[in-house]
Write a protein that binds this ligand. Sequence first.
Ligand code: PLP
Length: 398
Amino acid sequence: MTDVTHPYHALMEITSRPGQVFVRGEGSFLWDDTGKRYLDFIQGWAVNCLGHSPPAIAEAISAQARRLITPSPAYYNDTSLKLAKALTDMSCFDRVFFANSGAEANEGAIKLARKYGALRKDDAYEIITFEGGFHGRTLATMSASGKKAFEPLFEPKVSGFRKAQWNDLASVERLINDNTVAVMLEPIQGEAGVWPASDQFLRDLRELTTAHGLLLIFDEIQTGMGRTGKLFHYQHTGITPDIMTLGKGIGGGVPLAALLATEGVSCFEHGDQGGTFNGNALMCAAGLAVLEQVAAPKFLRTVTTNGLYLESELQRLSAHHGLGEVRGRGLLLALDLRVPIAPLIVAAALDDGVLLNAPRPDTLRFMPALNVTRQEIDLMIRCLDSLLNTAGIARRVA
Ligand code: PLP
């Protein structure tokens, strides 16, 4: 972007973006400033769990804004107390710290684990994370991430993270030493291309961490809040982590995240953790509105059945076009295209009015609203099917 008079120029250039400027959203659809409509299977990066501008969130925020936005984090507010109580009632955790982004929640989890190590484990501070993992873009969370592209950036990194191999227990075991305090992972590696940890691997990790007195930290920023058909992904496995982070869907599109921990691990002392906007009533009102809908058993059952439907339709496409596997759980799915055409498909789909995401050149990721309908899934599948048939795409690949 060289035209300094162009309105885009006022924003820092941090990524390549298409030229569309979105002005309105409703459910699974977005409209740009020319009035063109788009079917959205990205939804703010797995954020808008109830779709765009859902009435429940709009009403909760506007009612809360008229009553109380924030009394400052130095005081309690009734809305954040209600949301913390609801989250602890519905999970295995006892305490919540609210944050404004996933990275901030993970930064809090890292600090809490280090505090635990300082107080209870002879100053142990190392955290084992995983190759391919993604935990955010603060310095510590980039250091915790196992994303290759981060490796040369912003040196020196925050030390104290050792990377194990995904779904490989022996590789974790090899990294454990007297300095280790925790193991941290996403139950499904989302940004890496939707690579699920097997339920058995998660159970084995729980056994291993317990045996060594280590904390188990689940980053459920992408998998939490109903995305995989349970309110939290760990509920698929029969085990419970010691710490969990939530982001993305918890606010349904507004900046809200959370760090949850069991009582025995909640060892922050005054002054260790905080932040001006943390737990503000306005965002917590959105969180309550989201939780009320997403936690309903019928809602979660529909996520599961629509997830299975999307998965089977993607498998049908894959078989028809000679593509690779379909991975993931619930409404967090990926299609392996086997060839690096994902960016071309994303660009062509955008022209056709469908928003898709390519976390890797050979992979498409699907993260629609959790209340997406079968008709909307069919519409996306028809678009993808016709793009895969397009001679133009085949020619460009060849
Ligand atoms: N952790 C996971 C698993 C994520 O997918 C993301 C974002 O994509 C983050 C952390 C960072 O969250 P945020 O972008 O809200 O800081």
